[in-house]
Design a protein around this ligand. Structure first.
Ligand SMILES: [Zn+2]
Length: 125
């Protein structure tokens, strides 16, 4: 099932271009067109679903995580990061669920590092 105005559904259906790294019946993997990092891949379920639906799935999230880790081990032996963004505070930019994998360089603390003036820096967790 694809959803109108979803860029990931358009990529999966071939209506929009992408540089694919992998395809199978459950998910596709393609380069993030931001190209901020040497390795910046998106792992996207073929069926349109939300982040929460993807993360609440049984086998699909396991398959996505296993594949992301395999890619990281193979492509980024010095380290990598696997994550998803959720909602506005998480800066989720696409409604179609997905994992991201970054690597190929030192990634710093989180993505941009903790800002020195962060109001949260003294909070103990
Ligand atoms: Zn979609």
């Amino acid at each position: 099932m694809s959803v109108a105005n979803c860029i990931f559904c358009e990529i999966i259906s071939g209506k929009s271009p992408a540089n694919f790294y992998h395809k199978n019946e459950k998910f596709v993997v393609f380069e993030n067109n931001l190209h901020w990092y040497k390795l910046q891949l998106l792992l996207v379920p073929v069926r349109h679903m939300t982040q929460n639906e993807m993360w609440s799935s049984d086998d699909l999230i396991k398959d996505l995580c296993l594949f992301a880790n395999e890619v990281g081990q193979r492509e980024c032996p010095e380290g990598y990061r696997i994550f998803s963004n959720f909602g506005d505070h998480g800066m989720q930019s696409q409604p179609h669920g997905h994992l991201q994998i970054l690597g190929g360089t030192h990634l710093g603390l989180y993505v941009n590092g903790r800002p020195p003036s962060s109001p949260y820096k003294d909070i103990q967790r």
